[in-house]
Design a protein around this ligand. Structure first.
Ligand code: PLP
Length: 385
């Protein structure tokens, strides 16, 4: 039975970290502890490490959290009810009235909405910057800046930010670098190893991997931050249930093999799109002409399964293409085994319309799944014809 998985490879950690056979029954797979409460030995007699109430902790969730931490190479993992609950917990832990944060100009719309519509009501201010340009981030920093919030690759334009440089910049300013690593996953990129303080995930996406669960996670090496997040989560209650934790844990076991296939398929789709006359521009960090290509090659293992492109003929044509695919399902979200297509301007990023984060109207975003690449290319070609 392996208890210390820290020296083992990524694929081994995904399958064994936090997942020892059940000590009572020998069950090889971590059981779904579908219980809200736990018997206690006596009043006030809780044993060290014993469970008390499932909002505070649950054994299935603990296993999921240990696996999350092991994959990101961090000391502490905390699972949340959704990616936004994880984002909210980090923001509310790190920021107080009067504090300021720097946010990428290409951030997930929901993150922008939370900051712009909710946090500002509590006296938090923010500046939007192109995180691919380190000098622009430096100029956005103020004495009261406490956080840089980064997505790389970003959503939906797949911009690449230099995590080592941003971590240095944040630390010099007395701020923390938070990386939303949802698009890359820890298989392709581990921000804590590059100097980031906190990693956030929507585990709804690649970590869960099967579009059947909504969840979020925070991973950090800081004991203090872990205590603060744990306290807030227990106080506010945005926890995933045991079954959701179990689904996420099961998904993570195959992350490495799925990501390899997502990357293979994305590369083939990109090459087909580049040759298509109905396609104007393809955004993919794996392309040598992508401005962040060299950086991505340095800080990522491969370039991921997300591809964005603009079509010739404008926004109306983009909508028609999105509605015209058969295998690529028209849907929000990403990172599942099945391919999805969406129109960011009218779907995932509708909440940034009219702001500096507005996305092009003729842009389409693909989450390239793990089906046969030939079928995916044929489907896109037919919709573009
Ligand atoms: N971060 C990114 C990059 C996302 O794409 C999403 C959702 O699409 C979220 C965070 C929010 O996660 P959730 O939908 O699990 O709350």
């Amino acid at each position: 039975m392996v208890h210390d998985t820290s020296k083992l490879g990524f694929e081994t950690r995904a399958i064994h970290a936090g997942q020892q056979p059940d000590p009572r029954t020998g069950a090889v797979i971590v059981p779904i502890y579908q219980t809200s409460t736990y018997a206690q030995d006596g009043v006030g007699g809780l044993r060290e490490g014993a469970y008390e109430y499932s909002r505070t902790a649950n054994p299935t969730r603990t296993a999921c959290e240990q696996a999350l931490a092991a994959l990101e190479g961090g000391r502490h993992g905390l699972a949340f009810a959704s990616g936004m609950a994880a984002t909210d917990a980090v923001l509310r832990t790190a920021l107080r009235p009067g504090d300021h944060l720097v946010l990428g100009n290409d951030a997930y719309g929901g993150t922008f909405r939370l900051i712009d519509k909710v946090l500002t009501q509590w006296g938090v201010t923010y500046t939007v910057a192109n995180l691919s340009i380190v000098d622009e981030v430096r100029s956005a920093i103020r004495p009261e800046t406490k956080l840089i919030w980064c997505e790389t690759p970003s959503n939906p334009l797949l911009g690449i930010a230099d995590l080592t440089a941003l971590a240095e910049l944040a630390h010099t300013a007395g701020a923390q670098l938070v990386v939303d690593n949802t698009f890359a996953t820890p298989y392709l990129q581990r921000p804590l190893e590059l100097g980031a303080d906190v990693v956030v995930h929507s585990t709804t996406k690649y970590l869960g991997g099967h579009s059947d669960v909504v969840g979020g996670a925070v991973i950090t090496n800081s004991d203090e931050l872990r205590e603060q997040l744990f306290f807030l989560r227990n106080s506010a209650g945005a926890v995933p249930g045991p079954f959701d934790s179990w689904l996420t844990l099961r998904g993570m076991k195959t992350l490495a093999v799925r990501m390899e296939r997502h990357c293979d398929n994305a590369e083939r789709v990109v090459h087909a799109l580049l040759k298509h006359p109905g396609v104007d521009r393809v955004y993919y960090p794996g392309l040598p002409e992508h401005p962040g290509h060299e950086l991505a090659a340095k800080q990522m293992r491969r370039f991921g399964g997300m591809v964005s492109f603009t079509v010739t003929g404008g926004g109306e044509r983009a909508l028609a293409v999105a509605a015209g695919t058969k295998l690529f399902v028209l849907a929000e979200s990403l990172g599942g085994i099945e391919s999805l297509i969406e129109h960011p301007g009218k779907m995932t990023h509708a909440s940034v319309a009219g702001s500096t984060l507005q996305v092009p109207d003729d842009l389409l975003r693909l989450s390239v799944g793990i089906e046969s690449a030939e079928d995916l290319i044929a489907d896109l070609s037919a919709a573009l014809a």
